[in-house]
Design a protein around this ligand. Structure first.
Ligand code: FES
Length: 133
């Protein structure tokens, strides 16, 4: 199978690889795995006092599509509120990267990771999870 140019670009030049220090304030961490393939993705967000995602980083131990999906999501969430970032859908990621059907679960991993990071941030900061989300 062939990867789209966007996947290859993010794979070869991943944006925002790394992690934040636990001691950094306002950090939420999402760590998720794909049971189907065993790939693992860690995605972190840094949230301002106003509730805006100022920065995001990831470390993905997985396939090219998973790396590209997490790289893309870290770019997309910057400048968004938590609620806006929680609305990112794996279908948007898959569409943007032109992922083939067998690689859709890689974009699901990225959606799960950002949701987990937001949930972690909310839990740490005593914010209610919005049940309607
Ligand atoms: Fe499993 Fe891509 S093959 S995340």
């Amino acid at each position: 199978m062939s990867y789209s140019e966007k996947v290859i670009d993010h794979y070869e030049h991943p944006r925002n690889v790394g992690s934040f220090q636990k001691s950094d304030g306002g950090v939420g961490t999402g760590l998720v795995g794909a049971p189907a393939c065993g790939d693992v993705m860690k995605l972190q967000i840094k949230v301002s006092a106003e509730g805006i995602i100022e920065d995001a980083k990831f470390k993905t131990f997985g396939c090219g599509s998973a790396i590209a999906s997490s790289s893309l999501v870290t770019e997309w969430v910057k400048g968004k509120t938590l609620d806006e970032a929680a609305k990112i859908k794996n279908t948007e990621i898959a569409q943007h990267l032109a992922l083939p059907p067998v690689k859709i679960h890689c974009s699901v991993l990225a959606e799960d990771a950002i949701k987990a990071a937001i949930a972690d941030y909310k839990k740490k900061n005593g914010l209610e999870e919005d049940a309607a989300q």
